[in-house]
Design a binder for this molecule. Structure first.
Ligand code: PLP
Length: 474
């Protein structure tokens, strides 16, 4: 193979891809049949013969890029995975090539040092004390800690595992006695109940906290919920809140909940996978007021922070709780050694871990903190404008004003009609939107996350929805 030539071609192709996506020269989404793609990409042939280089490589890349979903396209309004910054994407390439499994420092000093730095950067954003750089100073004073994980679901599970072991240190060895519960709003991301199932709380022991008509935790419901749990002899592992909710983009009242949890000595976990990125915005960080009183929170860098998938951070206020949560026995990895850095391996579920911090850092470093904040502000502001525009249409209904870059709405018609409209939009290749259910009703849902989206995109979307709707009604 010719690495330089193939690499050069690849970067050129990606650069064109970026421009064509932003300029709408290509459809935002195009879904061919899986068999067709197997053939078009010549998968069986390459596996057998190899030779993925030169013109075969170029051809393969062209076919591959044709059949991707274009996150940089202005009509990409469906999901929360963001359009990565090109510098961050180069981080993925470097990490893939160097393959430094940095969970032990000696297997990737640069990657481990960057992860450590990024964790401390996030700890400071939350108002928590960063980790000391010298390993022998760890836990010599109260400070926060954290790890990067392969995604928010794993970060949530890690947080709940720490909370569980904090509640009862014997469980790790003895198993769960069956008296554990978790308190969470119905509107939680499904990874919360999934984690409850995995770590032995049990999905049916997730007590649904009462919410308002927009799915936000109703603070008045907290007291009765814990009273009932405690009267029936249950032990509360944690209370989780959304910052923000995946479906609606709305923030639970973090400050009030934090105060309540502190008073009642309950581990408070904030699922900030999507919306904790508001911490970087002076305009919107007030949504996270009170996060300093939480015990743990997570944030996905691959959503609002222009970082390639996957990269999530789990942060805890009390490093000792994280340290105690995991036990390490692999004696080829855990032994006394002269340690110029820090081994993350004793803090995570994974063993081999990618250098997630590199692409996270590089996305930030490519843009700079101020432009990152500006990007977040712009997405949030555009969503507010979209709200006013859509709310002003007589045939559309918007249930709640947005607090982030996620907006739910519907056009007059049945639930099935909303879904049929979404399917038609996707088939057109012009707009890619999602759909969600809220308080028993089906909504169309947009996430304003592509830097190329503007208010004209939203106006065009509304027009297109109306057109599709009318064509169905004829
Ligand atoms: C996206 C999301 C998750 C899951 O994160 P992954 O990185 O997709 O695993 C969890 N919670 C919330 C609130 C989310 O929006």
């Amino acid at each position: 193979m010719n690495f330089i030539q193939d690499g050069h071609h690849l970067i050129t192709a990606l650069n064109r891809y970026h421009a064509e996506s932003e300029n709408r020269a290509v459809p935002v989404i195009r879904q061919q049949r899986i068999r067709q793609l197997h053939r078009e990409l010549n998968l069986a042939g390459f596996i057998k013969e190899g030779g993925l280089t030169g013109s075969a490589f170029n051809n393969f890349i062209a076919r591959y890029l044709e059949n991707t979903t274009k996150l940089h396209h202005p009509g990409y309004l469906a999901h929360q995975v963001g359009a990565p910054h090109p510098t961050g994407a180069l981080g993925s390439l470097i990490d893939g090539f160097t393959n430094n499994a940095m969970a032990i420092y000696e297997m990737g000093p640069a990657a481990a040092a960057i992860e450590f730095f990024m964790i401390n950067y996030l700890l400071e954003k939350a108002g928590w004390t960063p980790m000391p750089e010298q390993a022998d100073k760890r836990l010599s004073f109260p400070h926060g800690a954290g790890v990067l994980t392969h995604g928010g679901s794993l970060a949530n599970m890690t947080a709940l595992l720490i909370a569980r072991n904090h509640l009862d240190a014997t469980i790790r060895n003895d198993g769960t006695p069956g008296d554990l519960v978790l308190l969470a709003p119905e509107s939680s991301h499904y990874s919360i109940s999934k984690a409850a199932g995995i770590i032995g709380i049990g999905e049916s022991n997730v007590i649904k906290l009462p919410t308002d008509s927009c799915g936000r935790i109703d603070i008045k419901g907290l007291e009765p919920a814990i009273r009932t749990a405690r009267q029936t002899g249950k032990r509360i592992v944690a209370l989780t809140a959304n910052a923000c909710c995946t479906g609606t983009g709305l923030y639970d009242p973090i400050d009030d909940i934090a105060r309540f949890c502190n008073e009642n000595k309950i581990w408070f976990h904030v699922d900030g996978a999507h919306g904790a990125s508001a911490l970087f915005s002076d305009t919107h960080k007030h949504r996270l007021n009170g996060i300093e009183k939480a015990d743990s929170f997570i944030i996905d860098a691959h959503k609002m922070l222009r970082t390639p998938t996957v990269c999530a951070a789990l942060l805890v206020k009390n490093a000792a709780a994280l340290d105690r949560a995991f036990e390490h026995t692999a004696n080829y990895l855990f032994h006394d050694k002269k340690q110029p850095g820090f081994d993350f391996i004793s803090q995570v579920i994974e063993c081999t871990k990618a250098g997630l911090g590199l692409k996270f850092f590089m996305a930030f470093a490519g843009l700079g903190e101020q432009k990152m904040a500006h990007y977040i502000d712009r997405c949030f502001e555009l969503t507010r404008q979209a709200y006013h525009y859509i709310n002003g249409q007589p045939d559309f209904f918007v249930p709640c004003p947005p607090q982030s870059n996620i907006l739910c709405f519907r056009i007059d018609g049945t639930d099935e009609r909303q879904l049929a409209i979404r399917d038609a939009l996707i088939a057109s290749g012009r707009y890619y939107i999602s759909s969600t259910e809220m308080v028993g009703q089906r909504y169309l849902r947009i996430v304003v996350i592509s830097p190329a989206t503007d208010i004209k995109t939203i106006q065009g979307l509304v027009e297109q929805i109306r057109k599709v709707h009318q064509s169905f009604s004829q």
